[in-house]
Design a protein around this ligand. Structure first.
Ligand code: FPP
Length: 267
């Protein structure tokens, strides 16, 4: 299956591991990441939690650039959930300023890399300065045709599904709609709809920091995603870790509820 099969020994991953990762192998078209562990990364260094978020933001730049170079089509990053408003106000304020800092510096590089910014979530509830930074990044990168960098900002999957149901109900009330709702049609009412049918569901979902839960992220869309959990805190999640996650994905056999096709080379 692989043209070139690189075996790399990565000592930096904590323990020595052999990673079977191929740049010419099956690169997931859509990778989604729950970027967890910023706070613990900071605590471990006796730094305030916000220092972890700042380092996390810097890591977004590195991972975005590498994912784009690998040929990933969509990188969805869970940056702020509808539940994160419960955090102390200084932390929320800091998180709301991150897109301003991030896009303020990184947009020219995104343009150079042909990356297009997209944002999903209830952005109308974000502070004005955050909304402006996001709108500007979307505008500046709108003609780019490469990887879509899809930020989930004030996003929650249950809310997203309820919004879709209510939008559908309104269509029914207005008499615009009489057919039965099928999966494709329902997907068109979700916040990932603009990514198109081929790309709206992640192939690979990564969660950092050792926690193994989904935390209200893309509940509909990850029905058949491959899940990958790593102990690494998000600020420590390196290019080698990304290779390791993709390497793990490349070994898996996706059956989507069907059976392995006889004679098909196993991964
Ligand atoms: C979870 O870690 C992380 C977040 C809630 C914020 C994630 C945000 C970034 C990585 C920066 C995003 C950058 C841009 C450009 C918007 P946590 O704080 O829950 O960590 P903990 O579980 O160790 O406390």
């Amino acid at each position: 299956m692989f043209n070139i099969f690189t075996k790399q020994t990565k000592k930096k991953l904590g323990e020595e591991k052999t990673i079977n990762f191929s740049k010419d192998g099956d690169i997931p078209k859509h990778i989604a990441i729950i970027m967890d562990g910023n706070g613990r990364w900071a605590q471990k260094r006796r730094l305030p939690r916000i220092a972890g978020h700042k380092e996390g933001m810097n890591n977004v730049k590195k991972i975005t650039t590498y994912a784009s170079k690998l040929g990933v089509k969509v990188l969805t990053l869970y940056a702020f959930s509808t539940e994160n408003w419960k955090r102390p106000s200084n932390e929320v304020d800091f998180l709301m300023k991150l897109p301003v800092d991030f896009f303020g510096v990184f947009v020219p590089e995104l343009v150079k890399e042909n990356v297009k910014v997209n944002v999903m979530g209830y952005t109308e509830h974000l502070p004005k300065h955050t909304q402006k930074a996001v709108e500007n990044a979307i505008k500046e990168t709108k003609n780019n045709t490469g990887m879509i960098l899809n930020f989930a900002l004030n996003y929650g999957s249950r809310a997203e599904i309820l919004t879709a149901v209510n939008d559908l109900l309104n269509e029914v009330k207005q008499g615009n709609f009489t057919e039965e709702v099928d999966e494709d049609m329902f997907s068109n009412y979700l916040m990932t709809a603009s990514l198109g049918k081929e790309l709206q569901d992640p192939d690979l979902l990564i969660r950092t920091s050792g926690e193994e839960r989904i935390s209200n992220f893309l509940l509909w869309q990850i029905a058949y995603s491959e899940l990958y959990f790593t102990e690494s805190y998000w600020p420590d999640f390196s290019l080698a870790h990304l290779e390791e996650a993709i390497g793990s994905y490349q070994k898996r056999q996706r059956r989507f509820g069907g059976l392995k096709i006889e004679g098909e080379a196993s991964k």
